[in-house]
Design a binder for this molecule. Structure first.
Ligand code: ADP
Ligand code: MG
Length: 317
């Protein structure tokens, strides 16, 4: 099979079955996108490297799903709606069973969230997947990291710690738990619903404390979180406090949204959660004093949790 047959069979043909939001898709030197009037293009790239982000032997259908889902999560965190994506893929060899399963997972995610494959690049090399997503967001309304304000509530969607627990339990993890790790759901509808309501947002890919830390640094403020308010994956409830805290605060790969919104918007945030089928939980508050403090519970006399429970994922640490 040649490079071009491979592209045609596993990527171009299934892409043609999707909706067509792009002016021009796969097959030319460039794809052409036309965002609606009054909108900005939101663009994000994520690379998944075998042995680093996933095990070489992982189920290829799940890998296909996750490759796109983690990119869509970045669009969700800006409040953007997906338009299209490109896929650059390096493969050690042509394995048709692997490619068919990978494409099935990839296009399953693309179909579910309305994102069309419009181009890419295919080469031989160590297994490596790089997706760039393009979305649109109402002009000037994107949920930026720098937009948190003192006095805002801090919220998080869904539950945290499930993906980290699935990774720890590995082959003994239940199916529901494994799905959390292997088939994350990008919170796109919630992100869009928050555009008119929230201030800052980020998706939780490297751990809540670390990712919220990016928001605090960009917004030049601090925050206080209440550990007992943070929604944990159900299976964590029976684990010791330290493990529960570490997984909820520093476990990566959950792809939930952490966002800030003014106190006056509490009802609107709850409404956004309901209309987008995402649980939303208020877990803290934005403070003027810099840094992140996590208290066991809300209240002036509550103890802070150990700072080493907050350290999230870092590729170079
Ligand atoms: P070029 O030589 O102009 O870079 P290529 O020969 O690499 O083009 O690719 C031909 C067409 O196939 C282009 O439209 C490109 O975007 C698309 N393409 C290549 N690889 C992929 C892929 N993995 N997924 C989707 N489209 C791809
Ligand atoms: Mg090329």
């Amino acid at each position: 099979m040649t490079e071009f047959e491979l592209i045609a069979r596993y990527f171009e043909k299934p892409a043609k079955r999707l909706h067509h939001r792009a002016r021009l898709g796969i097959g030319d030197d460039c794809a052409l996108l036309a965002p609606r009037a009054g909108h900005e293009l939101a663009i994000s790239t994520d690379m998944l490297v075998a042995g680093r982000h996933f095990f070489e032997k992982v189920d290829p259908a799940s890998l296909g799903w996750k490759t796109l889902a983690v990119n869509l999560s970045d669009l969700a965190a800006m409040g953007a709606r997906p338009l299209a994506f490109t896929l650059a893929i390096a493969l050690p060899a042509i394995d048709e069973a692997w490619l068919a399963a990978f494409a099935e997972g990839l296009f399953g995610c693309a179909t579910e969230f309305g994102c069309e494959l419009v181009g890419g690049d295919t080469t031989r090399g160590p297994l490596n997947l790089c997706v760039t997503v393009f979305g649109e967001v109402p002009e000037g309304r994107a949920l930026r990291r720098a937009a948190a304000l003192v006095g805002d509530d801090v919220w998080v969607s869904g539950t945290l710690g499930g993906a980290a627990l699935a990774l720890q339990r590995s082959t003994t993890a239940s199916t529901t738990l494994r799905v959390k790790l292997e088939r994350p759901i990008p919170r796109l509808r919630l992100g869009e619903a928050l555009v008119a309501v929230a201030h800052a947002a980020i998706d939780v890919s490297d751990g809540l404390a670390q990712d919220l830390g990016h928001v605090l640094a960009a917004s030049d403020c601090g925050a206080e979180l209440w550990l007992d308010a943070i929604p944990c994956q159900r299976e964590l409830a029976t684990e010791p406090e330290e493990l529960r805290a570490r997984f909820a605060l520093a476990g990566g790969d959950d792809y939930e949204l952490c966002f800030t919104a003014p106190v006056s918007q509490r009802a609107a945030v709850e409404h956004a959660g309901r209309t987008s089928d995402s649980a939303v939980t208020r877990i803290g508050t934005i403070l003027e004093r810099r840094g992140l403090r996590v208290l066991a519970t809300q209240g002036a006399d509550s103890r802070s949790v150990a700072p080493e429970w907050l350290a999230g994922f870092d590729h170079f640490r």
